[in-house]
Ligand binder design. Structure first.
Ligand code: NAD
Length: 516
């Protein structure tokens, strides 16, 4: 059964398509949403552009006060928001509250507080012959930012880029995933309830077609979070229009467990890092390399901890693992596990769909005897699987960690923090954590994004915030006079002087004094 179903094709000529949405944990029908057409999206972008005029002229303090009203509305309505997330995604209530609702308060507060510091005009001291001029960098908003988001963290991954884009002075049109549209609509409700001026933050609903309409509809930037395949299409479409895009894509994150790791912490970290949100986390631990010296106790503890997890539809807040959110994910997990087992992997626990429930539950699965010939080690599974490979030493772990077309995050587990940092630096990934897991996205000072096929650009941190601006440099001549030396006329004397000046400027103590 598909959890997002096309309602019968509309009969009236201009009626919109409608999608019916179901809860993946209980299969209960949640409701229907309209699919916004290309015209609807274009109209939303036009309204957004009109709203941009006033919004971009507000002071940082005024924009921050609006964002803090959104946060306070969120705190007041936290249970209702968590319930909507739970319905759309099938995740446990505590997880919805902790990793989406509570987690959203931090970026809102953080960017409301820090945007002015990072985006105010910056005077840049100049060197060499340019010392006689003055340079000021201004971070100008881009205009209308289109934000397209996935279903795995439908609330946090929508509100976080939206707040950054808005604090930078842009207006936003958000297209949430068709799998979790009610979370997107809840966001629109929150922004409206917080009194954000009309059309500054809008939500359009629908599937890939609506997303494509947003990308092609005249936005000034696209901020996309989702799969590599869609990211590629968006990059192509943005390239044709010469508009920038940030692409936050998939991952296949490695975890390296050294012989001197705190094994209890590493085992707990592996279990949460792999099974949190049923493994549907872009930075979830997707493959583990443990050195042979400590492999046995580590694997035994991981299996013990996995067997303690409670899976099922949320009833009274006691569920650790919810359902998968997107049913086709089940086929991918099944295919990866079967491929691994066919090629010699051993299932230590789990390895099947949970027979106790009708909803889309896959038992948390630990595998050993895995190799890089298996899909589970090469592709993103995005499910509750934890394949563990025993390696000779750290050098082999590093080589295997880097044998990937992805490069989002990674983790290293060792008691030696210096070694941890050194190993982390050798992993080709946008981020790495030492003795920790899944934390990088939540740390707002840290730019977040991938290398290789995991994405282009960064969100979060100063770098991420600045990616919602174009930097305008304003250079002012400090000294007047009729003209500059490099202007017309060109003369033979000027040519000779220039030729002599090169050595003076770049190979003499005078040049050094000038900062060359
Ligand atoms: P997806 O690419 O299928 O869909 C993401 C969004 O793109 C949805 O809103 C969808 O409607 C829209 N879309 C689909 N086709 C489009 C098109 N042609 N033009 C414009 N928009 C289009 O991804 P998904 O299945 O929703 O999400 C899961 C993926 O997201 C995983 O690969 C996961 O790793 C990745 N992800 C990455 C991050 C990150 O920060 N790097 C975070 C979360 C999820």
């Amino acid at each position: 059964m598909a959890l997002v179903k096309e309602v019968d094709a509309p009969r009236e000529p201009h009626a919109r398509r409608r999608l019916e949405v179901f809860n993946p944990a209980t299969l209960a029908r949640i409701g229907e949403v309209e699919v916004d057409s290309e015209d609807d999206v274009r109209a939303a972008i036009e309204r957004s552009r009109k709203a941009f005029d006033d919004w971009s002229h507000l002071s940082f303090r005024e924009r921050a006060s609006y964002m803090l009203k959104v946060r306070d509305t969120l705190i007041d309505r936290a249970d209702e928001v968590a319930e909507t997330i739970m319905q759309d995604t099938g995740k446990p209530c505590t997880e919805a509250l902790m990793m989406e609702v509570v987690a959203a308060c931090d970026p809102i507060t953080f960017f409301a507080k820090n945007a002015e510091k990072w985006l105010k005009d910056e005077k840049k001291p100049l060197h060499g012959v340019f010392k006689i001029k003055k340079l000021v960098l201004s971070y100008r908003p881009m205009g209308v930012v289109g934000i397209i988001t996935p279903w795995n963290f439908p609330f946090l991954l929508s509100i976080n880029p939206a707040v950054q884009a808005l604090m930078a002075g842009n207006t936003v049109v958000l297209k949430p995933s068709e799998v979790t549209p009610f979370v997107g609509l809840k966001l629109a409700e929150l922004f409206a309830a917080a009194g954000i001026p009309e059309d500054v933050f809008q939500v359009v609903t629908g599937d890939g077609g609506t997303g494509a309409a947003l990308v092609g509809g005249g936005c000034d930037k696209i901020s996309f979070t989702g799969s590599v395949a869609t990211g590629r299409k968006i990059a192509e479409a943005c390239g044709r229009q010469l508009i920038p895009c940030t692409l936050e894509l998939g991952g296949n994150d490695p975890m390296i467990v050294c012989a001197d790791a705190d094994l209890e912490r590493a085992a707990n970290g592996a279990v949460w890092g792999a099974f949190c949100n049923s493994g549907q986390v872009c930075i979830s631990t997707e493959r583990v390399y443990v050195v042979e010296e400590v492999a046995k106790p580590f694997i035994e503890r991981v299996v013990e901890l996995t067997n303690e997890l409670r899976q099922g539809p949320e009833i009274d807040g006691d569920s650790d693992l919810g359902s998968l959110t997107f049913p086709p994910q089940l086929d991918i997990i099944e295919r990866h596990v079967k491929d691994a087992v066919d090629k010699g992997a051993k299932v230590l626990t789990g390895g099947r769909r949970n027979p106790a429930y009708e909803g889309y539950f896959w038992e948390p699965t630990v595998l050993t005897n895995v190799t890089h010939e298996m899909q589970i080690m090469q592709e993103e599974t995005f499910g509750p699987t934890l394949p563990i490979m025993v390696v000779r030493d750290e050098a082999e772990a590093l080589r295997l960690a880097n044998d990937s077309r992805y490069g989002l995050s990674s983790s290293v587990w060792t008691r030696d923090k210096t070694k941890g940092k050194q190993l982390a630096n050798q992993i080709r990934a946008g981020a790495s954590v030492v003795n920790d897991c899944l934390t990088t996205y939540g740390v707002m000072e840290s730019p977040f994004g991938g290398v290789n096929e995991s994405g282009v650009g960064r969100v979060n941190g100063e770098t991420g915030l600045k990616s919602y601006c174009h930097v305008q440099s304003v250079l002012t001549a400090r000294i007047g006079g009729k003209r500059e030396y490099n202007w017309y006329p060109y003369t033979a004397k000027k040519r000779r002087t220039l030729r002599r000046a090169m050595g003076l400027l770049y190979r003499s103590p005078i040049g050094k004094l000038l900062g060359n």
